[in-house]
Write a protein that binds this ligand. Sequence first.
Ligand SMILES: [Zn+2]
Length: 247
Amino acid sequence: MRRNCLMRFFLIWMLTGSALFTLRAQEATTVPQAQQLERIDTLEIDDRYTIQFDTTETPDLRPWVRKELMPVCRQWYPKIIEMLPSEGFNAPTEVKVTFKADMDGVAYASGTQITAAGPWYRRQLQGEALGSIVHELVHVVQQYRNRRGRQRNPSWMVEGVADYIRWFLYEPAKNRPRVDPKRSNYDDSYRTTAAFLDYAVRQHDPELIRKFNAAMREGTYTPDLWDRWTGHSAKAIWSEYVETLQN
Ligand SMILES: [Zn+2]
């Protein structure tokens, strides 16, 4: 009788124990599912543009996206559009920025999508994070397509325009890149070309970026446009710029 009682107790203990275990196991499997919930913030700008920010894979970046990145995009997406007009062109009205958990490098733009490497952004929140998204937004607005039978845009100019807007218009002056004339050339792309474009805009033609943008969007960029619009080749303007660095 006593043994029977113990057996029953043991049986009940086993059953409730395994029931609890099953419950825990269920909880354990539902946690990762919860992490897969979409985390998307939507920014509406002037009833005209919508930018979505997807931090599904990088939820820790979401507070930064909301507090810092969204206000910058609200201000700068329409600004960049205004800086880069061309005849008959309408900038994309829907843009998406996705932060990936497992991605090397920094970020890239493809059409209206920006894909950003979570690990790099996590390290750069106090550094280059915001500026790099401004750079990618320029690519979204550029919408340069290499058209058949048209000139291919030189990538140093495409990246130079994006970095010019980023470093010389968006970033504070103290962050501007410094060019070492001994080791660089105007077509080095990115920061060096950005500094070169800044010099050309200030010294030769304040409309230069707008004009080159329109030409690149329409597939009509050729090196002789430099001569046509400034009276000098890019090479000659670079020599002039280098002179100013040495003095
Ligand atoms: Zn770029």
